[in-house]
Write a protein that binds this ligand. Sequence first.
Ligand SMILES: C[S@@+](CC[C@H](N)C(=O)[O-])C[C@H]1O[C@@H](n2cnc3c(N)ncnc32)[C@H](O)[C@@H]1O
Length: 304
Amino acid sequence: MLWWFHVTEVSCMSLGSDPVAFLRQDTDSLEQFQEPVSTAFILSNDSKCLHASLMQVASHDGARPAHDKAEERPEGADADAGEPPCRPTRSYDLLGSRVVLSEGDAALTNTGWRTWAGGWLLAKHLEDTHLEQPRRVLDLSCGTGLAGIALAKAGHEVVLCDLPMNVQTVKDNLARNRCAQCPFVERACAVGYTWGRPLPKELQQPFDVVLCGDLLYHVWSGKLQQEFLQTLQEVCCRKRPGPAIVFAGQVRSGRQENQVTGYIADHLGYNEVPVCLDPTWFRQTGSPLVADAKYRLLRLEPQP
Ligand SMILES: C[S@@+](CC[C@H](N)C(=O)[O-])C[C@H]1O[C@@H](n2cnc3c(N)ncnc32)[C@H](O)[C@@H]1O
């Protein structure tokens, strides 16, 4: 069931309470969610967070803008990306390559519309850990695909997934990064997947590393712990020992995030291994990290 809402009121508010969804300020006032909600946070382009009161407009196929109907893809769909549409792009230098991404796609009405610090931190961490070649990597809920595409460019076998409505943007970003020297970008695939659902065939393979960039907020605020755990259990049972799971991102509620990672580690039989952030990352050209925010990197490793 999908629900549409009209933003009726917007006011400034801090991130301290319990937001239930993110909206973009500069797109339509009609937005799409998986469940009925009464409040949401709006992210403006200058990253200010505004609190919005919402009025439910319709459920399912009611009042839906045409551009989103065109963007929606069935779960696991693998439509050919072809030539990426001409959209503004941003580039990141990671793992020895330049990754070019289109961000801020107006068709995306969830947090996948921009690249988050989590994806960048994951790529920086893997740059430091010098993964043996080639590794099978799952970029779970990849957003615009930064970490997964950087790893594919570096010669790893990558599957990227996100909510079905985000997949075309990821495919377009993969197409933007194709080059003769990067055969693994050609082989990488992007599929639609929602936590807790049965794994599409592309995710039913033994991965060595699972990347989770800036996902913890969604898990605790959306009360999706069980669905998220189920996904990780199904992904991790394909291989013994299971894959390393790497969490990275901005800390929004340390306590709730610790609860989620502790719960996952307990259920999977994994150890939590915190990783220190390199302070020079804050000063690097193109770094999305800001001095007054807190970030973290955490590896979950299978117990020996
Ligand atoms: C904050 S973004 C992070 C994106 C990316 N990993 C990064 O670091 O830039 C969170 C991502 O989780 C995805 N997501 C949210 N809820 C989800 C769910 N229930 N199932 C699958 N993906 C979900 C969103 O579509 C979005 O792309």
